[in-house]
Design a protein around this ligand. Structure first.
Ligand code: PAF
Length: 290
């Protein structure tokens, strides 16, 4: 496995692979890798001849007062994990290399970025799409792999790739969870012991909604109540949003007559946690109270 920080080195290596007819799978990350990231690397490994992982804490996707300064950075440990997963190249550019003096272009997907996380994190997705577009151009991957935990990010990236006719096929992988159901995230490391215990109520709430839907409840307001009832048992958690949306357009859904994605963001102290679940329409409709 090679670890390179210079763009010209990374591009030279990947261009050589591509010109030799070897397919490239790419996993962009901000490091502090966990099983969720490693599942993406395995997916890339299964699909492609070579696997490239970027580790870059992208300043442009953090808003003022967000956690850019304290975002966990653990390059050596990350490289150890990637070596074991059989990654071929790790690209670790500096912020100055990605955004050299004079850099003044943004790549922005409109519409899809307005609501959900975009509403409380203005500019976040613009930072994500700008850096992903640049990374795609540097690496030239055939496939880029993203996790479903950042469900809105995935929809935004798909839109960008389609609109700008970028090369990689986008592959999505399921959320990887801790034993108590909490979605794996590098930000889980910020949680206090008590916050960590209560954070499990997020997925417990989503599962309770899925259970109620499975028993026939189709009313989305009633289903949201099911979630809120569970969350109310975790006083350290406060809701940022809970939205049922069409999984492709992210438009708000008005009922459960077709598959919807239920997305949530919850604060545990100063830590923002996101999670989501797919809700399938029940075969027979039956109401439950709230
Ligand atoms: O999901 C992430 O870790 C980041 O948003 C990404 C895609 C690596 C862009 O910085």
């Amino acid at each position: 496995m090679r670890v390179v920080s210079l763009e010209r080195e990374a591009s030279a290596i990947t261009r050589e692979w591509s010109s030799g007819g070897i397919s490239i799978g790419f996993v962009p990350t901000m490091g502090a890798l966990h099983e969720g990231h490693l599942s993406l690397v395995r997916e890339a490994r299964a699909r492609c001849g070579k696997v490239v992982v970027s580790i870059f804490v992208n300043p442009s996707q953090f808003g003022p007062g967000e956690d850019l300064g304290r975002y966990p950075r653990m390059l050596d440990a990350d490289c150890g994990l990637l070596e074991r997963e059989g990654a071929d190249l790790v690209f670790t550019p500096s912020p100055e290399a990605v955004y050299p003096e004079g850099f003044s272009t943004v790549v922005e997907v409109t519409g899809l970025t307005a609501g959900l996380c975009g509403a409380s994190r203005p500019g976040h997705f613009r930072g994500v799409t700008t850096v992903c577009c640049a990374l795609f151009n540097i690496i030239g991957p055939d496939v880029a792999v993203f996790g479903e935990k950042d469900f809105q990010q995935l929809a935004v990236i798909r839109r960008m790739v389609s609109d700008l006719r970028l090369k990689p096929g986008i592959v999505q992988c399921p959320i990887v969870r801790e034993a108590d159901g909490l979605a794996m995230s590098s930000r889980n490391a910020y949680l206090s012991t008590e916050e960590r215990v209560q954070a499990a109520y997020i997925y417990r709430g989503l599962k309770a909604v899925s259970g109620a839907a499975g028993e026939g409840e189709t009313d989305l307001a009633a289903l949201k109540c099911v979630f809120m009832n569970v969350l109310s048992r975790a006083p350290l958690l406060s809701l940022s949003y809970l939205e049922a949306v069409d999984p492709g357009s992210l438009e708000p859904a008005d009922s459960l007559h077709k598959t919807v994605r239920l997305l949530t963001a919850v604060h545990a102290g100063s830590t923002r946690l996101i999670d989501n679940i797919s809700l399938e329409p029940p075969h027979a409709s039956r109401r439950t109270g709230c």
